[in-house]
Design a protein. Structure first.
Length: 455
């Protein structure tokens, strides 16, 4: 296949009696579209589904790098390299690289070949192709396999390009900026398998810029301390709020290093705890009253999802249905009371001032304590243990909304990658997708202003 493409190019170069699949020869148009300064496109041929472009530099007055005498040509050598695809087809550049010779017999330099910043010696891809592969895999979260196929290279070559260009973006100290608010959350990296338990990772999010700063393997206070210890002291000192899920390890890890920062447990995580209490109560009641776990026709099982929705988002009809099903399936009112506890906790977060939040919190505790429902009391105990952090939501006005948004992006990258095995690759892909600001040039709207030549 390779020989055929080359033979076709040779035919174009040699005579106009080339084979009929020849598309063009020395076109200014092709050179303009190829768009690499210093290069002209000789022949361009579509062969076996890929574009073959024969290119050469325009340099014809070259001086010897040692003595400065004008060099003379000493033949050419062909170099093949992949470039950006054209209209979805892979492109193979055949660069007829010039060899130069110094005519001065006394000069130490005898011959040398020309170089170009886009095509490094022995590279499989042009520089711009490597950058574009990194952008598509990183910014666009496309799969490496998919991008590799379009560029006509193997998976490992594409991934090497992502790593080479991506690491410099990720390691840039400027990337971390100077956030005043930090969000922490856990996501799973590897599900438990026969050889290892579930591996969790801790994500660090800049809540001002909605940017993933980093991910670290594990979920503990030590992970947080280690990560903060690797940052410059003044960077750490500038953080005055940290928003976390109610996990003691995170709280102690943070207070050990961010001595003056406020720690916040926001509504996402608090309500998640309340929803878990509802699920637990529902399962227990189902088991106790029916002797089995939820089945399709069980009244409580039928409303299991509705119970987790904020009540103002339900229609009157849906609300009535919930009440009816609770009437059928919740004889002692345990699920109903846990559901009410969740709504009372939501009221705490909806309060406009700290004072009213405090008042609502007392009402929530009273309700939980009075009902005597196991799940309510456990929920109240947890919230009591985190009371300062819950109220800090009102003093700081900070929530982990950006972190939750980034968790969705993390899941997307994970899905596209079909499960990562290497943490370093995973971290790189995550940071390229949600931790780097890409400076891509926005294009004008199709129906907007147009260049003047289009009449
Ligand atoms: Zn010389």
């Amino acid at each position: 296949m390779e020989a055929r493409g080359l033979a076709t190019l040779a035919a174009v170069e040699g005579s106009s009696r080339g084979r009929p699949l020849v598309i063009g020869h020395r076109s200014d148009g092709a050179t303009a579209l190829f768009d690499v300064a210093g290069f002209v496109v000789g022949a361009h041929v579509l062969e076996d589904g890929e574009w073959w472009l024969q290119v050469e530099t325009t340099a014809d007055r070259v001086r010897c790098p040692s003595c400065g005498v004008r060099a003379v040509g000493h033949g050419r050598r062909r170099v093949q390299v992949r470039d950006l695809p054209i209209a979805g087809r892979p492109v193979r550049l055949v660069w007829a690289k010039r060899i130069w010779r110094c005519p001065d017999g006394d000069c130490a330099t005898v011959t040398w070949s020309e170089t170009h910043e886009q095509i490094s010696p022995r590279a499989l891809l042009t520089r711009r192709a490597r950058i574009e592969i990194c952008r598509r895999v990183g910014q666009d979260a496309e799969s490496v396999a998919e991008v590799a196929r379009e560029f006509g290279v193997g998976w490992h070559t594409a991934m090497a390009a992502v790593r080479e260009h991506g690491m410099s973006l990720v390691d840039d100290p400027e990337r971390l900026g100077a956030p005043s608010a930090l969000g922490l959350d856990e996501t799973s990296f590897l599900r438990a398998g026969p050889k290892h338990p579930t591996v969790m990772i801790t994500g660090f999010v800049d809540l001002d810029r909605h940017l993933l700063l980093d991910v670290a393997e594990g979920r503990s206070g030590q992970v947080v301390r280690d990560w903060l210890d690797d940052r410059p002291a003044e960077w750490v000192a500038a953080i005055d709020v940290a928003v976390i899920d109610p996990f003691r390890g995170y709280a102690t890890g943070l207070t050990d290093r961010l001595t003056d920062a406020a720690i916040v447990v926001d509504h996402f995580h608090a309500i998640r705890l309340a929803n878990k209490a509802i699920d637990d109560a529902r399962r227990r009641v189902q088991q106790e009253s029916l002797g089995h776990c939820g089945r399709r026709d069980d009244p409580l099982y039928r409303i299991r999802r509705r119970l987790l929705v904020g009540h103002e988002r339900l229609t009157d009809q849906q609300h009535e249905r919930i009440l009816m099903m609770l009437g059928h399936g919740d004889r002692h009112g345990d699920v109903t009371n846990t559901y009410l506890a969740k709504e009372l906790l939501r009221d705490v977060y909806d309060a406009k001032t700290v004072r009213s939040a405090r008042r609502r919190l007392r009402r929530f505790y009273e309700h939980c304590d009075q009902t005597g429902v196991r799940e309510c009391r456990r929920l109240a105990r947890t919230i009591r243990a985190w009371e300062n952090e819950v109220l800090a939501f009102h003093t700081t006005g900070r929530s982990n909304g950006p972190t939750e948004g980034i968790n969705l992006l993390i899941k997307k990258v994970k899905r596209v990658g079909h499960g990562f095995r290497s943490f370093n690759n995973y971290r790189l892909r995550l940071l390229l997708h949600c931790g780097v600001t890409w400076h891509t040039v926005p294009t004008a709207r199709m129906r907007g202003r147009q260049p003047r030549f289009i009449a």
